[in-house]
Ligand binder design. Structure first.
Ligand code: 13P
Ligand code: SF4
Length: 301
């Protein structure tokens, strides 16, 4: 049955001249049929570079929007309309305009986990992979950072600038507590601890490495360690295990599951390609402004 769907997807992909991009948290069956899987930064680069006519984006809303921002001439499809990132929804363009008015002249660094409208109000974007590099490139002693307060708190510990955070957070990463990591460390004392910067600062403080999802894959590959405790969304374990046979990976907690990242499956990818849905559509003025913020990021990273 699954094999039949995979074959149908392959046929439709050819017919539509489509490419399938998938985030590292996507279900294994979706990663396995993707032409490319990766973190937000890698996926935004792929979306900008592909020569396919259609991009099927298996991830959440802001990722598919980023693909459309970078490749407006292509059709960008997201197989599940409701695959939304709750953190990205925690700040609106109106709220950001108000924050900017309270801090006139302070540059805005928005995490890529934001809507196109919020990106359009931002000076530059960053992802978990280039956060420090981008922040250090900004010629100002103060930076507004949206929407993730945990990412902003982490940044504040690493740069000499004053960080003005927005109060958003990732509900999935917020479930990871220091005691989860400590319990796993007791069980696996030799394991290295990999932490995503969306985690709370008291979890980040326990890390051997703070990095993006694909950064975790690279770290695990080159590390001499054989065991790793992984403080991020549990879907990451699939990718880590697949790329590192012979090494062991333990989730900090199984509670860290992002339901929005699990909405897409093989069936919805098939329907998406068959019926050409759901198309990402953005107003051109917003898209152009948002693109500037992403392009600035890509130039630096
Ligand atoms: P990465 O860019 O590290 O893949 O993270 C995206 C994300 O949504 C994490 O919750
Ligand atoms: Fe958004 Fe968090 Fe899910 Fe990532 S894990 S998509 S930040 S809710």
């Amino acid at each position: 049955m699954a094999n039949d769907i995979v074959r149908e997807i392959e046929v439709l992909k050819e017919k539509r001249k489509a490419v399938i991009l998938a985030h590292n948290y996507q279900p294994g069956e979706v990663q396995d049929i993707a032409d490319f899987y990766g973190d937000s930064l890698e996926l935004s680069r792929k979306a900008a570079d592909t020569d396919a006519d259609v991009i099927v984006f298996c991830g959440v809303d802001f990722m598919a929007e980023t693909a459309k921002i970078m490749s407006p001439q292509k059709t960008v499809l997201i197989p599940e309309k409701e695959a939304e990132c709750p953190m990205a929804a925690m700040i609106t363009a109106e709220q950001l305009r108000k924050l900017k008015a309270e801090h006139p002249g302070v540059p805005v660094l928005s995490y890529v986990n934001t809507s196109a409208e919020v990106k359009a109000e931002s000076d530059i974007c960053c992802t978990s992979a280039n956060l420090l590099k981008i922040a250090n490139s900004i010629d100002s002693d103060e930076i507004i950072v949206t929407p993730d307060k945990h990412l902003a708190n982490y940044l504040q510990t690493r740069v000499k600038k004053r960080i003005i955070p927005w109060n958003g957070y990732c509900p999935t990463h917020a479930k990871i507590l220091p005691q989860h990591v400590m319990e796993q460390k007791k069980r696996h004392p030799e394991a290295k601890v990999l932490v995503h910067p969306e985690c709370r600062l008291d979890v980040i403080e326990l890390a051997d490495e703070v990095t993006s999802t694909s950064g975790m894959v690279r770290y695990a590959k080159i590390s001499e360690a054989k065991e790793f405790i992984v403080a991020t969304e549990v879907g990451m374990l699939y990718r880590l295990k697949k790329d590192n046979p012979g090494k062991e990976f333990y989730p900090a907690t199984e509670l860290a599951l992002c339901p929005n990242m699990k909405k897409i499956n093989l069936h919805s990818v098939l329907i998406s390609l068959r019926d050409m849905k759901h198309k990402v559509v953005l107003p051109e003025d917003i898209r152009k402004k948002a693109r500037k913020a992403i392009e600035r990021m890509l130039e630096i990273s």
